[in-house]
Write a protein that binds this ligand. Structure first.
Ligand code: GTP
Ligand code: MG
Length: 197
C-alpha cells in the first residue's frame, strides 16, 4: 500500500467521542515504550505524526489518524507501566477496555511486543482477553534492530512455543524495526489485504 496521506484527527479518552465515520480501523497496543508511536511514524514515513519518547507513558489518549482518506490508524497508551499512578492506570485500563469492547469500526489490533524479551504475562493475558472477546489481532515484534539474527530467531521460536500452549496456532505476526523500516511493506500489505477482503 502506498501512503498518500496521513493526518491527525483527534485525541480523546472517551470511546463515545471517537470519529463516527465508519472507516476500517487498526489499533496499535502494547506495553509502554514498546515502540507503538515510533512504528506508526515508520509506517507512515513521518517523523512526528505520533509523539514518541524514551520515557514510558508518553501516549496517554486514544489518537486517531486518517490514512489515505479511507482508513483509521489508532495510537493507544501503553499498558503495564509501573510508574504511572494507580489512579491513572485504572483510567487507562478502563478506556482501553471500552475502546476495544465498543469500537465497531475496529478491524484488527496489532499487539506489539519487544522482540528482546521473553513472553510477558501481561501481553499473553491481553491477547487471551482479545481472543475471548472475539477481537482479531496480529502480533508485531518490535525493535528487531536490537538483536542479532540468531538471537531474534531464537526469541521468535520461544514466543511461538509459548503461544501454542494456549492457542491452536500462532497468530499472524510481523517483525519490525522503526529505525530500519523493517517490516513496513509486510504490515501495510496486510492492512491493504484485510481492507480489500
Ligand atoms: P508509550 O506511548 O509510552 O506507551 O510508548 P510507545 O510504545 O509509543 O513507544 P515509543 O514509540 O514512544 O518508543 C519508545 C522508545 O523506544 C523511544 O526511545 C524510541 O526511539 C525507541 N524505539 C521505538 N521503536 C524502536 C525500534 O524499532 N528500534 C530502536 N532501536 N528503538 C526504538
Ligand atoms: Mg506512544
Amino acid at each position: 500500500m502506498k501512503i498518500k496521506a496521513a493526518e491527525f484527527v483527534m485525541s480523546n479518552s472517551d470511546v463515545a467521542k471517537c470519529p463516527t465515520a465508519r472507516l476500517p480501523e487498526y489499533a496499535f497496543i502494547g506495553r509502554s515504550n514498546v515502540g507503538k508511536s515510533s512504528l506508526i511514524n515508520m509506517l507512515m514515513q513521518r517523523k512526528n505524526l505520533a509523539k514518541t519518547s524514551g520515557r514510558p507513558g508518553k501516549t496517554q489518549l486514544i489518537n486517531h489518524f486518517l490514512i489515505n482518506k479511507n482508513w483509521h490508524l489508532v495510537d493507544l497508551p501503553g499498558y503495564g507501566y509501573a510508574k504511572v499512578s494507580k489512579k491513572s492506570k485504572k483510567t487507562f485500563q478502563k478506556f482501553i477496555t471500552e475502546y476495544f469492547k465498543n469500537r465497531e469500526q475496529l478491524v484488527s489490533a496489532f499487539v506489539l511486543v519487544d522482540c528482546r524479551h521473553e513472553p510477558q504475562t501481561i501481553d499473553l493475558e491481553f491477547m487471551e482477553w482479545l481472543g475471548e472477546n472475539q477481537l482479531p489481532f496480529a502480533i508485531i515484534f518490535t525493535k528487531a534492530d536490537k538483536l542479532k539474527p540468531k538471537a531474534l530467531e531464537r526469541n521468535l521460536k520461544a514466543y511461538q512455543e509459548k503461544m501454542l500452549e494456549s492457542w491452536v496456532e500462532m497468530p499472524q505476526y510481523f517483525v519490525t524495526s522503526s529505525t530500519h523500516a523493517t517490516g513496513r511493506d509486510e504490515v501495510l500489505n496486510y492492512i491493504e489485504q484485510v481492507n480489500a477482503a
